[in-house]
Design a binder for this molecule. Structure first.
Ligand SMILES: NC(=O)c1ccc[n+]([C@@H]2O[C@H](COP(=O)([O-])OP(=O)(O)OC[C@H]3O[C@@H](n4cnc5c(N)ncnc54)[C@H](OP(=O)(O)O)[C@@H]3O)[C@@H](O)[C@H]2O)c1
Length: 325
């Protein structure tokens, strides 16, 4: 029987349990898929801890991106067959050896892209794509601030934004992470543990501030992120690695220069099949052209998921992390 990392009761990384898991046969619109590589993302910690409510069947299986091969297809699935290489990003369910997935949620993986690359870039790369191209369109000559620049999303954001001709400032918590951010396209880095990042942003931009702040840190960078923006700038709050923001008030946007604010999530940006296909095509194109390169800094076995979450939540990971079933 295939194995899965399951959660019976939400809590810390220690709640993960590596168990046999019945998978079953595919329904008419489904595919039975075997995972070759599974991506680790911060969202996995939100479902494991209970920060994000679980609406599915129990036990909970977290994990939001994976790549692998089709084992069996349902009777209505005409465009896939056993042996095809496919990948997906879904809010959860990926920390397992095999699973059922709706065919409409899968994307065919080009031969030039490995399972490890797909599992480490699909969710993060699609996120960077919508953040830089759709939530706010980054243009040459603009300056952007991206928090957690050496992380999974942060490293890909640096690579992609530098190709768009923007000046990119990234925050990091260590000197080693500063070097990683620089190697991934950031022009300036700020250690937000030891430096006042608002003052440093003002220095770097000659007092102007930045056009957009991409903030996934949340609690610990609010409201300072707003103070880094130009008049009419955009605050994109897309995560909360340090905890939920509890003191946001609409009035803060007026006080800091008639700012714009949004709280986007990837799954709203790939809600239709057309959006999923267009965004995936843009991501695969960027990977094939070398605009994006994966940086898998941590590679663990599936059963080591608890160790991985400990490292992720204590800020010890860099770049992307994958689990190998
Ligand atoms: N809305 C969306 O569509 C979407 C999609 C993907 C990801 N996200 C969000 O983007 C963020 C990055 O995701 P990721 O998977 O690539 O993770 P990651 O950036 O690899 O890891 C999180 C990083 O956040 C920083 N951080 C700052 N304060 C922290 C704290 N108190 N605890 C833990 N980390 C802290 C750390 O970098 P430093 O040590 O350098 O501070 C840490 O390495 C997450 O918040 C995630 O939820 C959102």
């Amino acid at each position: 029987m295939p194995k899965a990392v399951v959660v019976h009761q939400t809590g810390g990384p220690e709640v993960f349990s590596y168990e046999d898991q019945e998978v079953g046969r595919p329904g008419p619109d489904e595919v039975l898929m075997r995972h070759h590589a599974i991506g680790v993302n911060f969202i996995d910690t939100y479902f494991r801890s209970g920060l994000y409510p679980w609406k599915g069947n129990k036990p909970i299986i977290v994990g939001a991106e994976a790549s692998g091969e089709v084992l069996e297809v349902g009777e209505k699935v005409a465009w896939l067959r056993p042996g095809d290489r496919v990948c997906y990003t879904l809010p959860n369910g990926a920390y397992c050896e095999a699973r059922l997935v709706k065919a409409s949620q899968l994307v065919k993986l080009p031969d030039s892209i490995s399972h490890e690359t797909a599992a480490s870039t699909l969710l993060k790369g699609l996120t960077v794509h919508y953040l830089l191209h759709r939530t706010f369109q980054v243009k040459p000559g603009q300056t952007i601030l991206f928090h957690a620049a050496a992380g999974g999303v942060g490293t890909l954001a640096g690579q992609w934004a530098s190709q768009l001709g923007a000046t990119i400032i990234g925050t990091v918590s260590t000197e080693e992470k500063a070097k990683i951010a620089k190697a991934n396209g950031y022009h300036h880095t700020i250690n937000y543990r030891t430096e006042n990042f608002v003052e440093r942003v003002k220095e770097i931009t000659n007092g102007q501030g930045v056009d957009v702040v991409y903030d996934s840190v949340g609690k610990n960078t609010y409201p300072q992120s707003l103070h880094c923006l130009k008049r009419l700038g955009m605050w994109v709050c897309f995560g909360q690695s340090s905890g939920l923001i509890e003191n946001f008030e609409l009035q803060h946007l007026a006080q800091n220069g008639s700012l714009f604010a949004t709280r986007p999530t990837l799954f709203n940006y790939i809600a239709t099949r057309e959006e999923l296909e267009d965004s995936s095509a843009a991501l695969f194109d960027a990977l094939e052209k070398g605009i994006l390169k994966t940086t898998i800094h941590q590679r663990f076995k599936l059963e080591e998921a608890a160790k991985v979450h400990e490292l992720l939540e204590s800020r010890q990971t860099k770049g992307a992390t994958i689990l190998i079933p």
